[in-house]
Design a protein around this ligand. Sequence first.
Ligand code: PEP
Length: 344
Amino acid sequence: MVVVMSPDATPEQIEAVVSRVRTTGGEAFVSRGVQRTIIGLVGDVDHFRALNLRSLPGVADVIAISTPYKLVSLDHQPVRSTVVVGTGTGARPVMIGPDTFTLIAGPCAVESLEQTLEAAEMAKAAGATMLRGGAFKPRAAPRDFQGLGKVGLHILAEVREVTGLPVVTEVIDPGDVDLVTGYADMLQVGARNMQNTALLQAVGRAGKPVLLKRGIQATVDEWLMAAEYVAQRGNLDIVLCERGIRTFETATATTLDIAAVPVVQRLSHLPVIVDPSHSAGRRDLVLPLSRAAIAVGADGILVDVHPDPEAALCDGPQSLAGADVRELASTLRRLIPASGRRLG
Ligand code: PEP
């Protein structure tokens, strides 16, 4: 952090800044120029922020040099992390990280045991090692199907028992975090809730890996700051998911920001996956966008599959079935080894 003093700052005002910084255990290096004096701060940025230095007399500006996300940054941990999902629930654990490409697939919403089991078997046949499925559905329209809630969580746990697939499911209310944690292997924070700080803190304390989707209007920095909220509660098992952002383009539901994958990988050690289903909102684009995810170096994809998309209660037009699932499977088996990873 750098404090820029105004041209007419007095020596006493400069000294006041220095001594306030020292109260935090930090160091202040004063550099006197012809026009202005600047003070370089070394130490805990969070402590410096709390000092509110900008309000001191003689201070013209305070410039943050380091990023506001520390724990999730590559500076903090220069080696890309691997997140293990599915320990302790009887599922087959899955590693999401730089050596693997993970296919997470399943129905957008859990509708019944039969539908979820059928979707899970389809997902597994395609190479999925994790099951997705929404029990609590955050829908744009209030009269649309909102999910089965606790019944949906029971179904997911039953399907995990049959298939061995660890389960990721969304939690939308901080008050439900304990409930969902009791069933899920990974807690999903959806795009709509990416900046719900109470929810981020609650999932950070839950002791389960977190799948953090990018908000449709969030910058990469805001997304990483959201991840930092989770990390600050002692949970670094976070996987980021790029799921499209809102632009002027209307051909797709949102615009998949594929560049966000390498951008994030230059800033953070956290794994990053892509959701081609929710970003496009169109079944015909799921395969091309999945290929893009592999090519760009993502650590996996999150794909909606449904045994009968025409009858789906949620997001049928983007859900894969039948031949589309088989094509996804053969594409992944062909392309993933070429990317130097293994499907897993
Ligand atoms: C979902 O994955 O079920 C979902 C609702 O996605 P998003 O939060 O990205 O809209």
